[in-house]
Design a protein around this ligand. Structure first.
Ligand code: SAH
Ligand code: SF4
Ligand code: F3S
Length: 440
């Protein structure tokens, strides 16, 4: 018997890339490849890249640089670049890094096996008519009780700073029946929690099944259908745009018990002037009203957000508006980034805020977010929550999982098993996790 070929894959960027990497592993599995954790052992190295900020895409070039000796020693080693940098800079990658054999954009992954079989440089950065998901092999083995499921791809919003509409293409929603089939299949393999993914997931509008009248379904309708599937205990979704939170989706947070009380709802800035310059198409007051309605539907929901500081033209007063918005909303967690000018986006034409000013603002905002995150964790102490065990903890007899509110929780539970959904009482709060005692 010949040894199977080995694939080393490294994933950068967002959850959609994590999901895509799983699907690419499965596609190459059908070609006889098994995965390896060691690049030196691999017959093929695949880097699934992110283009969102300059630092993210520069990582690709330094990682490729490190692969040079490996490729020199073994010229038959195949090196592939997938993901958003591949889409945005395919030609540039091949010019700067001739060691790269394959460049494949996010909408062309179903063609990866064919590209890997080819000789000489292979590039595919089309936005083909066919849906890659229909042409990728069905899902295979599952590793744990939680899974991502991409339901929507691409973005039509064109925020002035963002590369996603260019790297992922226009918004496309997968049909409901395909999603339901994939969900049932994941559940049959032990998955109890599914996170529905999309760059703009709450803009979902996929074709409904013919036997249910067809038409376009909203994300809320999809969630309500998933909630009826036996064995699916938890549903989450990410990432959402404030302008696509419709009434039914808000209501679902109040009346679908499987929909978990955590919502990532990026606002980016608290200044109306900056929101306008960012092309976000909503005001800070719109966002406040939205948050009030979501909290009315589900009072204990934890909110998170993304923020960009140092967007071109951001003044001290604009930044204070952002700090004020954060104080007003109160987040359970949030991510903040220093603005990074991205080639080809409208904002990249405008002069940057001074680096030291942007750095200072980032620190100030992060300190505030950290204090809110701590407070949200402390407020959980004494409360009873659900935890889905994902793995054994570092201490003997300890299990680790996520709470309903997406906190990492450590539970002393020598009899606990991965995949168990248990009730616990939170007993303490550490820097990035909670500790708890099992009560059921
Ligand atoms: N679709 C999601 C965001 C995807 S990108 C949404 O609309 O919310 C994830 C985050 O990266 C964004 O929310 C934004 O905060 C940040 N980001 C995107 N482009 C950026 C840039 N050019 N500079 C700095 N941060 C950026
Ligand atoms: Fe980018 Fe999100 Fe804006 Fe789309 S909605 S352009 S993905 S930040
Ligand atoms: Fe990055 Fe592309 Fe995701 S740019 S954040 S990997 S959609």
């Amino acid at each position: 018997m010949t040894e199977p070929k080995k694939l080393f894959i490294k994933t950068y960027g967002c959850q959609m890339n994590v999901y895509d990497s799983e699907r690419m592993v499965e596609a190459m599995g059908a070609e006889g490849y098994v995965t390896t954790e060691v690049a030196e052992d691999a017959d093929m190295v695949l880097l699934n890249t992110c283009h969102i900020r300059e630092k993210a895409s520069e990582k690709l070039y330094s990682d490729l640089g490190r692969l040079k000796p490996l490729k020199a020693a073994r010229p038959d080693l195949k090196i592939g670049v997938a993901g958003c940098v591949a889409q945005a800079e395919g030609a540039e990658i091949q010019r700067r890094m001739p060691l790269v054999d394959i460049v494949v954009g996010p909408q062309a992954y179903h063609r990866l096996p064919q590209l890997a079989r080819g000789t000489g440089p292979q590039v595919d950065t089309d936005f083909p008519e066919e849906d890659k998901f229909d042409l990728l092999p069905a899902r295979k083995a599952r590793r744990g009780p939680t899974a991502f499921l991409t339901v929507q791809e691409g973005c039509d919003k064109f925020c002035a700073f963002c590369v996603v509409p260019y790297t992922r293409g226009a918004e496309v929603s997968r049909p409901v029946d395909r999603i339901m089939t994939e969900a049932r299949d994941l559940i049959s393999r032990g998955v109890r929690e599914i996170t529905l993914l999309g760059q703009n997931v709450n803009a979902y509008h996929g074709h409904g099944p013919a036997d249910q009248g067809g038409g376009d379904w909203t994300l809320a309708r999809l969630i309500r259908a998933l909630a009826k599937v036996d064995g699916l205990d938890r549903i989450r979704y990410t990432t959402s745009h404030p302008n696509d939170m419709d009434d039914d989706l808000i209501a679902a947070h109040g009346d679908v018990p499987q929909l978990m009380p955590y919502l990532h709802l990026p606002v980016q800035s608290g200044s109306d002037r900056i929101l306008k310059a960012m092309n976000r198409k909503h005001t800070r007051d719109d966002y406040f009203r939205l948050v009030d309605r979501i909290r009315a539907a589900r009072p204990d929901i934890l909110l998170s957000s993304d923020f960009i500081v140092g967007f071109p033209g951001e003044t001290d007063s604009d930044f204070h508006d952002t700090m004020d918005l954060v104080r007003h909303v109160t987040y359970g967690a949030a991510f903040s980034f220093k603005y990074s000018a991205r080639p080809g986006t409208p904002a990249a034409e405008k002069p940057d805020v001074e680096a030291e000013v942007a750095d200072a603002r980032l620190q100030e905002l992060q300190a505030l977010i950290t204090s809110q995150q701590r407070a949200a964790q402390l407020a959980m102490v004494g409360r009873e929550v659900g935890v889905l065990y994902e793995k054994a903890g570092r201490q003997p007899g300890q299990m680790v999982g996520k709470s309903d509110h997406l906190h990492a929780v450590h539970v002393d539970d020598p009899d606990g098993k991965v995949g168990e959904l248990v009730r616990v009482r939170v007993s303490g709060s550490a820097t990035n996790s909670l500790s708890a005692v099992r009560i059921s």
